[in-house]
Design a protein around this ligand. Sequence first.
Ligand SMILES: [Zn+2]
Length: 287
Amino acid sequence: MSAGRDRPPAVMSIDVEDWFQVENLKSAIARDSWDARELRVERNTDRMLELMAARGVRSTCFVLGWVAEKVPALVRRIADAGHEIASHGHGHELIYEIGPERFRQDIARSVGFLRDLTGQPVRGYRAPSFSIIDWAIPILQEHGIEYDSSAFPTVAHDRYGRLSGMDAGVPIARLPGGMIEVCVSVLTMGSRGLPWGGGGYFRIYPYPLFRWGVRRILARGLPYVFYIHPWEIDPGQPRVGGVKRSHAFRHSVNLARGEARFAALLRDFRWCTMEDLLRTHAPPDAG
Ligand SMILES: [Zn+2]
């Protein structure tokens, strides 16, 4: 098999954060308790690195700044294994909730730390819980970010941010001002875009159905973008009471199957990084 140009690429991306930092559990886990929580991100990420190494897969890791500051050696291991280090911001706060000034501080801290740690430029960004919004884009550019991968153009979720000018049929777009937006994948069925890029959906749909959808996206000649979190392969993580049932479900559904599904996905497709994708599929610069 050759890496033919006839075949659209599939991007593996990992949002490197811990189980207690997710939006679905926010109501039950105070931010100031993070330091006291059991840190599981290191071994879960190391396990993912092992699984990817076994298949020769390189990914893009959107590392949360809080995690990077806590376990910098993990970030170095990810980079040394050949994966791309990108930013998931610092404190995992929804962009539209914190406003431009705090967002600027959050991105500066995260990008600066990752850059100093790896000695490499940080080109990519993914917003916490896909909470991207138009005014954040120029702020990302101020900090050297060249592409954003936070748009998830679907109507099936209550919390995702919005970017002007994106539509479900266009997986990679050049935004006004030059930023490249790489959407997390959706499977378009008629006029609807079904979320098909990972997260809870990856664990809810039966695996053969999920794989069918990925194949269908690729067969249409579109690149595919998948995302997963280290805690999604960790059935041993603490269970948290006191959250809305729908949120608890979204967080914990099929965690026990996560690792096997991730391994199957690594086996069933040929994966690349965001940087690899943009080398061949960047939309032309308007200027
Ligand atoms: Zn996240």
